[in-house]
Design a protein around this ligand. Structure first.
Ligand SMILES: Cc1cc2nc3c(=O)[nH]c(=O)nc-3n(C[C@H](O)[C@H](O)[C@H](O)COP(=O)(O)OP(=O)(O)OC[C@H]3O[C@@H](n4cnc5c(N)ncnc54)[C@H](O)[C@@H]3O)c2cc1C
Ligand SMILES: *[C@@H]1O[C@H](CO)[C@@H](O)[C@H](O)[C@H]1NC(C)=O
Ligand SMILES: *[C@@H]1O[C@H](CO)[C@@H](O)[C@H](O)[C@H]1NC(C)=O
Ligand SMILES: *[C@@H]1O[C@H](CO)[C@@H](O)[C@H](O)[C@H]1NC(C)=O
Ligand SMILES: *[C@@H]1O[C@H](CO)[C@@H](O)[C@H](O)[C@H]1NC(C)=O
Ligand SMILES: *[C@@H]1O[C@H](CO)[C@@H](O)[C@H](O)[C@H]1NC(C)=O
Ligand SMILES: *[C@@H]1O[C@H](CO)[C@@H](O)[C@H](O)[C@H]1NC(C)=O
Length: 515
């Protein structure tokens, strides 16, 4: 640790003076006061003193690099007062301790954001306009245990950096299917991997989180040490602390069969039927992972079907996927290869630097409903087809009980899903465009579309309250969708470990626990 809290005391004392001045100095002109206490500046100065090499301001290359590495333009466009770039867990602890004290003496002046891979689309989820952004991308540890039964992963990794090291050892852990996506946010929001039908959500495979609590205390959280917090972190996103690394159970994994198959849109009804049969199978093949996407071409106003199919063992053309693989194909990249290679393939279709929207909902498995959702989505796409450079896609993913039932044996998670929910599917709308002027119409249309989808599902008795947090738009409320029991647990854990509500108020971004 570079600086200690003791060495910060003179500075903290000066804050006290500032804080009292700000409330008891009516003579000071408002602009002067504002300049003096301008949002974030004082906190940044303290952080700079404590971590001189790791705090950067506008104009510097590390500040620029941090902004440039967000996925969406909405996040990249925000301008924090400073960026803190820790390279070890203790840096995070020191920064958090200072932010805690700063937030106490200067309420509203030390607001902060926490980011790992920065792949959340909406503004403010993992960045902040005036304030402090803690950019965890320097926490890059990837260390398998000696017997290869677990892997410890720093939250600053992207999944490709993890997989390329594990592929070489013949092991894997559950993680994102897209190489460029971040480790921290994905894991804390749930996480769907190619291996989910074998092992559950990505968070279900975690056996230890290392976390900095609101107080600045750095601690390890396991099922044995803090069962309440351990469970809360699995789906609790940024509400409990700053996670620095986690340790996940690993498994032997060699090459496997996977890739993409593109079909003509005329096959859509056959796809919905094949999807329903697969996702509803009473004997779900745990090696089978599917991303069933419908992509709109705004230029031609037509659609194309793209399936991402993975079978996580080295077996070509398994019978479980036959209903998909037997349909006429436009092209196919199906092959036997390694996890890194498949994750890189999917990343090619997700460039950064554009405006982005994701919206999600969960429904009981049904081809009839998929067809209704597709038709409604098509109508929306036609309405928006004038938007310059529009990329617009609808994705269905199976969420069978094979995935949702795995948590129970591992300390549980916060998602509120289980075998009782039956076989579900996730619907994801995914829109990319270039100009801010189009934000409003896109948001309006997407909201209307999801209201319509919800109504269609309710009519058929197929609606489920769960909304996958990692795909949710900022107007959605995924934590409420976890259900009242989970929400009550999350709130109780927050009161216990963060009694002042630092992660509720001082960290405004993302999805919060209290209304
Ligand atoms: C192209 C693309 C592909 C995707 N593929 C998948 C996929 O295969 N499977 C899947 O499940 N999801 C997928 N997602 C969704 C993905 O899980 C979310 O975007 C997730 O937020 C990404 O994590 P991140 O670390 O990059 O996010 P960030 O934007 O950095 O963080 C997300 C949220 O988590 C909080 N957070 C991040 N790190 C920490 C931390 N260490 N401690 C406390 N809070 C933290 C942030 O404050 C923020 O609110 C994909 C998204 C995109 C854009
Ligand atoms: C950082 O970006 C700003 C604004 O785009 C630019 O003026 C500045 O030169 C950049 N700094 C570095 C070191 O590249
Ligand atoms: C994974 O596959 C790619 C593509 O075939 C190859 O270049 C790479 O070396 C492989 N990695 C490992 C660790 O086997
Ligand atoms: C958490 O546990 C890991 C592995 O045992 C250890 O390396 C790390 O130092 C621990 N962290 C804390 C804060 O105790
Ligand atoms: C394939 O489709 C047939 C006919 O609908 C169905 O009976 C079968 O269960 C499906 N197979 C799988 C693995 O989904
Ligand atoms: C969103 O759609 C793009 C194509 O428009 C695709 O590349 C990307 O993988 C999709 N994102 C997710 C999270 O599925
Ligand atoms: C989408 O909607 C348009 C306009 O109503 C229609 O012409 C087209 O056939 C629809 N596409 C599909 C694949 O259903």
């Amino acid at each position: 640790m570079k600086g200690s809290l003791i060495s910060m005391l003179p500075l903290l004392a000066s804050w006290r003076v500032e804080a009292s001045m700000s409330s008891a100095a009516p003579a000071m002109s408002e602009t002067a006061a504002e300049g003096f206490l301008s949002q974030g500046k004082t906190c940044c100065a303290a952080l700079k003193l404590a971590l001189p090499e790791k705090v950067s301001y506008a104009g510097s290359s590390s500040y620029n690099d941090s902004l440039a590495s967000y996925w969406s333009l909405q996040e990249e466009d925000l301008r924090p007062t400073c960026v803190v770039s820790p390279t070890e867990s203790h840096d995070v602890a020191l920064a958090m301790a200072l932010l805690n004290i700063g937030g106490r003496f200067l309420p509203g002046k030390c607001d902060f954001a926490v980011r790992s891979g920065g792949h959340t689309p909406f503004a403010g989820a993992a960045n902040i306009q005036q304030g402090i952004t803690i950019d965890l991308s320097g926490l890059k540890r990837v260390s398998p245990s000696e017997d290869l039964s677990t892997v410890t992963v720093g939250v600053g990794n992207r999944w490709a950096q993890v997989y390329s090291q594990l592929d070489a050892l013949g092991i894997a852990i559950g993680g994102g299917r897209v190489a460029s996506v971040g480790v921290g946010g994905l894991t804390l929001g749930g996480g769907v991997s190619f291996f989910s039908p074998r092992y559950g959500f990505v968070c279900d495979e975690v056996v230890r989180f290392e976390i900095v609590l609101a107080s600045g205390v750095l601690t390890n959280v396991t099922q044995a040490s803090h069962p309440d917090l351990f469970k809360a972190l699995k789906g609790g996103s940024n509400n409990f602390g700053i996670v620095t690394e986690f340790e996940s159970m690993a498994f032997k994994q060699g090459k496997f069969w996977g890739g993409s198959i593109v079909n003509d849109i005329s096959a859509k009804d056959a796809q919905f039927a094949a999807f329903e049969a697969l996702a509803g199978s009473s004997n779900y093949d745990p090696y089978a992972a599917l991303i069933n996407s419908y992509a709109f071409s705004a230029a031609e106003k037509t659609w194309i079907i793209a399936n991402n199919i993975q079978y996580t063992k080295a077996e070509e053309n398994p019978p479980f996927f036959q209903n998909f693989t037997s349909l006429p194909q436009i092209y196919s990249t199906m092959r036997i290869s390694n996890l890194t290679d498949f994750a890189l393939e999917i990343a090619e279709s997700s460039p950064s630097g554009r405006r982005q929207l994701m919206v999600t909902a969960t429904f009981a498995n049904s081809a009839e409903l998929m067809s209704k959702i597709f038709d409604a989505t098509n109508a929306t796409a036609q309405t928006l087809s004038h938007v310059p450079n529009l990329a617009f896609s609808l994705t269905f993913q199976p969420m069978p009980t094979a995935i949702t039932s795995k948590a129970a044996a591992r300390g549980g998670n916060s998602l509120g899903l289980g075998a009782a929910d039956g076989n579900l599917f996730n619907a994801l709308l995914n829109v990319s465009w270039d100009t801010e002027a189009d934000d409003e119409i896109i948001e309006q249309e997407a909201k209307a579309l999801f209201a319509k989808n919800r109504a269609s599902a309710s009519e058929l008795g197929l609606f489920n309250e769960y909304e996958y947090l990692n795909y949710a738009a900022d107007w959605q409320d995924p934590i409420r969708g976890y259900g009242p029991e989970s929400v009550a647990h999350l709130r109780a854990v927050s009161r216990k470990y963060d009694p002042r509500g630092v992660f509720q108020k001082q960290l405004p971004g993302g999805f919060k626990l209290f209304d």
